[in-house]
Every structure is written in C-alpha cells, then in structure tokens.
Write a protein that binds this ligand. Structure first.
Ligand code: G6Q
Length: 547
C-alpha cells in the first residue's frame, strides 16, 4: 500500500484544522489597515524571496501566526512525505495507479528517478535530444517538405493538456521565438478552428504536429484527419508526404503508426506525465521549434529550480507551499470561491487560461483519495486576464462587489519591449491595484475630497481585499518555467491538504461517452427511437431540423 492510500483522519476533525478555525474567528474580521498599522515591518516581513522570485504576501488577511498554523496543518497532513513520494516516483495518482513525474521531465541528465525499478531520466533526455535535433533541422531550413521547400509554418493539433501549455508557452515566449516560423494551434473540433488557422498557409511549407498522449482523442483525431486531407490535396496527394509534413507527440506508437506517421517522427512521453503537466515533455515540441533547444533548456532549468526549492525549502519559506496554504486559508475559512490571476505582462495573456486547467482539472474533486465525500470545499475557480486590461472591465467587482476574490498579481522589473514610459505606467498600475484593494478609501476620505454626501457610499472602497504580488526581473523561458512549476506545486499542496487525487480527471469522461452516442443520432437518416430525457431528445430533433 502506498503512502497516499493510507486512511487519513478527516481533515475537519484534525486539531490543526480546529486551531485554524479558532484563529479565523480571532483575526478573520481584522482589516488589513489594522494589520499594517500594528506592524510597520509587515511589508518586509511577510515576503519571501527564492530563485529570483519575490513574493509579497503581506496584503493577505493573515498574521505570522496564520502561517504557523497552516504549516502545522500541512505537517499533520504529511505534506513533506507526500512531496518526497511525488519526487520519488511513487504511484500517487492512485485512481490510475500511476507515478506523477513531471518533475523528472526537467531533471538534469545525471539525475536518477526510478519508476517500476528503472531510471527514467535517460529516456527523458533521449527524447529531448531527438527533439533538439529535429528542431535544429526545421529551424535551419534543412527539413524539407514533399516538394523540396523548407518548412515555414508549424500547426500544433491537440486539445486540453496537449494544447493549452503549448499555446500559452508560445505566447509567453514570443519575444524569444524565430519570427521566420509561423506558429498556429488548432484544438477545437469546430471546423472553424482548423479553417481559420490554415486559411493563409501554404501546404508545401507546413508541418503538422499531432499532439495527443492517447492518440484517440476525438477532437484531435478529427482535426488530424482533416489536416492530412488538406495537406495531401495541397502537395499532390502522395501518402509519402505524410512523413515530411506530420510528426506525432504521443505515448501510443500503435495508433501513431495506424494514422500513417512513421514512429521515427514520433516524440514519446510516458503515462506518468499528466496532460496538464506535460508542456515541458515532447508536448513542448512547438515551443522548442519556436524558441530553439537552448532556450527550451533554460525553461527546463527554471522549472527545475522551483522543483528543488519545493522539495528542500522549509514549508514556511517555501513559495509553492505558502501559495497553496494561503489558498486553503481562503477557500476553507473565508469560503472564497475564486482566485484571480492577473499578470501585468502582455506575453502572459494565456497564462490564466492555462492555469484554469491546471488548477480546476486537478483539484475539482469531491471525494478523497479513499473515495469518501469531502465535507469541506476543494478546488477554487481560477480565472484572470492581463493587466491593465482587466482594470477597465471586471476589477470593479473585485474592488466594490460583495465577493471576496484574492488576487495573484504577477509583474516584472524590466520589459522585454522597453518603450518610453510604458513599463513604469504598467507597474504603477499593478502596485496601485493591490494598494487600493488592501486599504481602500474610507467614507471620511471620500467626503474630504468634497464628494456630496449622497455620492459618498458609491465612492467608498472598503478595502481588506487580499492579494499576493509576485515579482521577477524579466520575462524569460527560465522565469516561465518557474512560474508554471510554482503553480503546479501549489496545486499539489492544496490537494494534499484536501486529501484528493490531483492527477486524475474522471470528470471529463461522461460527456465524452454521451457525445459518442449522440453523434449518429444527429443524422437525419437515424431512425431508431431517441431514448434520452425529453429535453435532449427535443434538442436533437431541433438540431436535425436546423442543419
Ligand atoms: C489533462 C487532461 C486532458 C488531456 C486532453 C488531451 O490533464 O488529461 O486535458 O490533455 O484530453 O488528451 P490527449 O493528449 O490524449 O489527446
């Protein structure tokens, strides 16, 4: 029996949980104005710096004691052992009986990580080497298409974990990308996605990456079939062209071969890499094509630096651990339901979308690892947009709405595009937002501005709205790896406290099965009686009439 299968006492009956509940009664209602006034050093003390990242967590509704109590809870939940178990390749994804080793994907060549008695690191590096030489050939123009022209367009076909990471990383690292290559991403089974992504592309210089761990995903295989037809009709219909214009990223060699892709052109990964934890595996081929093998290595080193920090830093000085525990504090004691992630860097515009999957697919679970229904809230809703754009739309609700929404602000000291005053204006805004959220503006202050009495309530900012601010020097492949690892491990910390399996995703299965059943029923030639509920039956009939 693995560590994760040992029965855990119910979370809410733990004395450490009770201590937090009492502590919440004592300090939950305190205003950040009071907390800052009581401790002039708070803004320096409730901060943490590691691996070039600076986390200011002082604008949270906590005291130093809150952290101690959260760390006590983490220890009671055996977080250090669980961290070790993950890094050691124990099968902590218990419902799928799999190890969880995204950390092995970014471990150095001389590392030794055992799965089922074998070191996986040589395989990891063999695939990285194969990816590097392939990328070098494509980027240098040596990889030729069927008609002898160098590849200039790359289209990644994948969905979920086989899309969100690559898209996010491409956008995040665009500054470092080869501008001679056009990168496109197709995920949705809606044909519009494929048509618009390829409308202006020349098949002769286009390479498709079919990214699918299972190579059976309906959306991806439908898009891959369409791509194959598009390509073959564009280059003269010879099947030999597939070898020059298609590569596969998968764990399923059999299905890849069946599709017509030579396994020589397949980049492998393993069942111990979860889809949403795979952007630095072979699934990152589009990223490596865009930024090159060296920059990809920098990204891996960034991931690894946070992995090492996570596994070795004491819990109270551990960035992902602190972030994860603060989420527990809000989710379970303040009944907070959502967290906004607000990067003040346009390159991170897809980062919140990426985090949605990472956080919500991982921790959207209502049963414990033992299969018991939880009696506490789990996985919060993560969402966000880059600043300053969000300030002109949904920030209103964060400032003056009735809900408490902790925010993670992410900002950089230097812009990759230093132009005039842009960066100072950008950063002034992020600092102003966290300041306004925390301290607000009282009725007295509003009135003192000469505001008419009737308008005062509308212009009051209650404040006491918490946030983290994460600062790094400059956006780079290294920092991107760090940011992703930070949230990955924070998600893991939360799952350990909640005693749920963060690495399965059974919740996506039912809809897939039902869709397969409905597909043939949508055809007007389908004669069998519809046997769904009355609503679904009627919607099917309406659709048939509309098509
Ligand atoms: C991620 C999920 C899911 C998965 C997609 C694509 O953790 O498992 O989003 O990545 O369903 O799966 P394939 O890569 O197998 O096509």
């Amino acid at each position: 029996m693995t560590l994760s299968k040992q029965a855990q006492p119910s979370l809410t009956s733990r004395p450490q949980w009770q201590a937090l509940a009492e502590h919440y009664q004592a300090i939950g209602g305190k205003h950040l104005r009071e907390l800052f006034a009581a401790d002039p050093q708070r803004g320096q003390q409730l901060t943490l710096e590691a691996e070039g990242l600076y986390l200011d967590y002082s604008k949270n509704r906590i005291t130093a004691q809150t952290i101690d109590l959260l760390v006590d809870l983490a220890n009671a939940c055996q977080l250090p052992d669980r961290i070790d178990a993950m890094f050691a390749g124990e099968k902590i994804n218990i419902t799928e009986d799999r190890a969880v080793l995204h950390t092995a994907l970014r471990a150095p060549r001389d590392a030794n990580v055992q799965v089922d008695g074998a070191n996986v690191i040589p395989d990891v590096h063999a695939v990285l080497d194969k990816m590097s030489s392939f990328c070098t050939r494509v980027r240098s123009g040596k990889w030729l298409g069927q008609t002898g022209k160098p590849i200039r367009n790359i289209v990644n076909i994948g969905i979920g974990g086989s899309d969100l990471g690559p898209v996010m990383a491409y956008e995040a690292l665009r500054h470092f990308s080869d501008r001679n290559l056009t990168m496109r991403f197709v995920s949705n089974v809606d044909a519009t996605d494929f048509v618009e992504a390829t409308a202006d592309l020349d098949p002769e210089v286009t390479l498709f990456i079919v990214a699918s761990k299972t190579f059976t995903t309906m959306e991806t295989m439908t898009n891959a079939d369409t791509a194959r037809q598009w390509l073959l009709s564009g280059v003269g219909g010879e099947r030999a062209a597939i070898a020059k214009h298609f590569v596969a990223l998968s764990t399923n060699a059999e299905k890849v071969t069946e599709f017509g892709i030579d396994t020589q052109n397949m980049f492998e990964f393993w069942d111990w890499v979860g889809g949403r934890y795979s952007m630095e595996s072979a699934i990152g081929l589009s990223t490596m094509l865009a930024i090159g093998p060296e920059a990809f290595q920098d990204m891996l080193a960034g991931f690894h630096s946070i992995d090492e920090h996570f596994r070795s830093a004491p819990l109270a000085q551990n960035l992902p651990c602190l972030m994860g525990l603060l989420s527990i504090w809000y989710a379970n004691f303040f009944d907070v339901e959502t967290v906004a992630v607000l990067p003040y860097d346009q390159y991170l515009k897809r980062f919140p979308a990426y985090l949605q999957q990472l956080t919500m697919e991982s921790n959207g679970k209502y049963v414990t690892v033992e299969g018991n229904q939880v009696d506490y809230a789990t996985g919060m809703i993560y969402w966000g947009e880059p600043g300053t754009n969000g300030q002109h739309s949904f920030y209103q609700l964060i400032h003056q709405g009735t809900r408490l929404i902790p925010c993670d602000f992410i900002a950089f000291g230097r812009s990759l595009n230093p132009l005039g005053e842009h960066q100072d204006i950008l950063i002034a805004n992020v600092l102003a937002q966290s300041e306004a959220l925390a301290f607000g503006k009282t009725a007295e202050e509003v009135a003192a501005d000469g505001t008419p009495a009737w308008l005062v309530p509308h212009r009051v900012f209650q404040g006491n709205r918490p946030s983290n601010t994460l600062l790094a020097q400059q956006m780079s492949p290294h920092v991107l790896g760090q940011l992703v690892a930070l949230y990955e491990h924070s998600v893991f910390v939360q799952s350990v406290i909640w005693n749920i399996d963060a690495f399965d995703q059974w919740g996506v299965e039912l809809g897939k099965v039902l869709a397969k059943r409905i597909i043939p029923e949508l055809s007007s030639t389908h004669t069998a009686k519809l046997q769904h509920d009355s609503s679904t039956n009627e919607l099917i009939r309406r659709y048939r009439a509309l098509k």
